[in-house]
Design a protein around this ligand. Structure first.
Ligand code: M6R
Length: 616
């Protein structure tokens, strides 16, 4: 939540800040603001409620006096509504200091009481303004922004990334982080700070990680990192492996349309380099410790939202292939119920952003309890992989649209690779069986490309249904999490009531929802599947059809048995059961996007949401 960017160097900072904020806007879009120190050492700010475009238009119409040092913020409101006053930056030291914040300062009301008692006035309802006033006061005493920030961060409780600039130190930006994201971009004669590398990837691919409870001071020619005790730290550097163009729309109508079109590539790139001699080879798991995979007796998958549905798909596969029990839990539920863990438990977190606070807290808890932790993550330099023993990166490329699409298929791919490796190591899969499954996985990208070709028909259906008030989704086995994912996309994108159900659960209650005209998507298992789930799902379709439902079936090519029972059939290529979810989800992603578009909604930035949920 909230996007943060800082710059010091030789360029005009307004352009750098606005460009960075544009690429970070997916993190929050309730309001936006910048603060710049001009060449004469004056600090000026501009901020507005609403999307970044409002701020940009205002800056075009009436530019700030530009300078080479600045900070910028795009907000997802927590304390105080999305108003001009509550937008960041907030000011301290009589307007000479500007500060931006991502996170929640939990002890802000005590600090506010103290500041009010000492004569300060507040101009916003935010928790962030206490930090601006405190750092401003500390600067007045110490005359140094780094020292001032160090004093203040040690008084704050909660989660925060803070960036500050002060007019009396014009070529300095100071940042601090605790449980909220911050990365450093290293340039030549210029340096950057950002919530993630998207903030500065246009200017540099060299980045530096900054750990928990650390503080960074950037100047045009230097980067200094210390911990909150003031002790120097040597952070590690990494190269950003994607270009700014990857985070541009590139001619597509929306980021989501582009990202759905990239689903085949997301799967292919996640497999790339991880198969040798036909078998899965994930060198990353070595970091879990010698023999760790052979000795684990339980897997717990923790994640939120779409990532949790990818985890549910993974449960079916890991249990089948590696014969080890797997639990899947929403990270926020896992964290606060004192789960039983042991050194032989492998806790696998799944997160596109690598910054979801609920998931991060669950990972930290699992580590404290002695479990081994592995993260599946799409974002280099993010906090969750840093806090985990091992990381398997998905290589979906930057995902900008708030609703997750290509990350979902990449996450399933990564968890399948892990499941296959577990099966290989534990001997529950013979090399022949493992090789067969690997071949199926490698065939998915091409099959996905053919599913994308059904997009036009799905768009037509969505446009006919623009007035639909409720849609249900049914699936069984690995089709069940796909049903949940289809429903989530519709809720978050098109703001209509949508529910996903396990088809077997229908007669235990949800069938009461069926009335004439109710649209129901059904993910139909392959008729070739020996478990006879196909017949059971076809029976479920008949049951709802008999009560007036309009059925849209997603079924594999050649499945004629489903034809008489469905109003519409969307075809997916033949695949064995575990590979169907990767294919069946694509029409649902397209449907959610097209229905939202048909209703004239913002597909990339749905209301009330932010892509990266960095508060609990
Ligand atoms: O970055 P993460 O994968 O940890 O995010 C998890 C969820 O917040 C995310 O999947 C969310 O549910 C999306 N809005 C789904 O489209």
């Amino acid at each position: 939540m909230c996007g943060i960017v800082g710059y010091v160097g030789t360029r005009g900072s307004v352009e750098v800040l606005l460009g960075g904020l544009k690429r970070l806007e997916y993190r929050g879009y309730d309001s936006a603001g910048v603060a710049v120190i001009d060449d004469a050492g004056h600090l000026d700010t501009r901020k507005h409620a609403g999307k970044l475009g409002i701020l940009s238009a205002d800056l075009d119409a009436s530019p700030l006096t530009d300078g080479q040092t600045g900070i910028g913020h795009t907000r997802w409101a927590t304390h105080g509504g999305p108003t001009d006053e509550n937008a960041h930056p907030h000011l301290g030291d009589g307007g000479k200091l500007a500060l931006i914040h991502n996170g929640i300062i939990e002890n802000f009301s005590e600090l506010k009481t103290e500041l009010l008692a000492s004569g300060h006035e507040f101009s916003s309802e935010t928790d962030s303004e206490v930090a601006a006033l405190l750092v401003g006061d500390a600067f007045r005493e110490t005359g140094d922004l780094t020292t001032a920030m160090l004093q203040v961060v040690n008084r704050l409780e909660g989660a925060f990334t803070l960036l500050a600039v002060h007019a009396d130190q014009p070529h300095v930006v100071v940042g601090a982080r605790r449980n909220s994201p911050l990365v450093i971009g290293l340039g030549e004669g210029e340096n950057f700070l950002g919530s993630d590398v998207a903030a500065f990837v246009e200017y540099t691919h060299r980045a530096m990680e900054i750990g928990q409870d650390q503080l960074v001071t950037i100047r045009p020619d230097s980067v200094d990192v210390v911990d909150f005790a003031g002790q120097p730290v040597t952070p590690s550097t990494f190269e950003v492996n994607w270009d700014a163009s990857a985070a541009e729309k590139g001619g597509w109508s929306s980021f989501m349309a582009k990202e759905i079109s990239e689903e085949p590539e997301a799967v292919a790139k996640t497999i790339l380099g991880r198969v040798h001699d036909g078998l899965v080879d994930l060198p990353e798991v070595v970091a879990l410790g010698e023999g760790a995979l052979a000795s684990i007796d339980r897997v717990v998958i923790i994640a939120c939202g779409t990532a949790a549905y990818a985890g549910m798909v993974g449960k079916y596969a890991i249990e089948k292939w590696a014969r080890v029990p797997v639990d899947v839990e929403l990270a926020h539920e896992f964290r606060y119920r004192e789960p039983v863990l042991s050194p032989n438990t492998l806790v696998v977190s799944i997160s596109q952003s690598g910054e979801t606070m609920d998931t991060l807290m669950a990972v930290k808890y699992a580590k404290e309890q002695g479990a081994r932790t592995l993260s599946i993550c799409n974002t280099q330099g993010a906090t969750i992989p840093r806090e985990s023993d091992a990381v398997v990166y998905t290589h979906a490329g930057p995902e900008v649209a708030v609703a997750s699409t290509k990350a979902f298929v990449a996450q399933i791919t990564a968890i399948y690779l892990l499941g296959l490796q577990l099966g290989q190591v534990r001997g529950t899969l013979s090399p022949e069986q493992a090789r067969e499954l690997v071949v199926e996985l490698q065939a998915v990208p091409e099959k996905l490309a053919s599913v994308l070709a059904t997009g036009e028909r799905i768009a037509e259906l969505a446009h006919w249904m623009a007035d639909t008030r409720s849609v249900l989704f049914l699936g069984r086995h690995v089709g069940y999490p796909v049903a949940l994912e289809g429903a989530l996309k519709l809720k978050e994108l098109a703001y209509i009531h949508a529910e996903g159900f396990a088809a077997g659960e229908l007669k235990h209650g949800p069938i009461a929802l069926i009335e004439p005209g109710q649209v129901v998507f059904v993910i139909v298992p392959s008729p070739r599947d020996p478990s006879s789930l196909h017949a059971k799902v076809v029976s479920n379709i008949q049951e709802i059809r008999a009560r007036g439902a309009r059925v849209i079936a997603i079924a594999e090519e050649g499945d004629v048995a489903v034809l008489p029972h469905a109003d519409e059939v969307i075809r997916i290529p033949l695949a064995s059961p575990f590979f169907e979810p990767l294919l069946a989800v694509v029409p649902l992603h397209i449907f959610g996007m097209e229905l939202a578009a048909a209703k004239g909604l913002d597909v990339d930035q749905p209301r009330n949401l932010a892509k990266s949920v960095t508060v609990e």
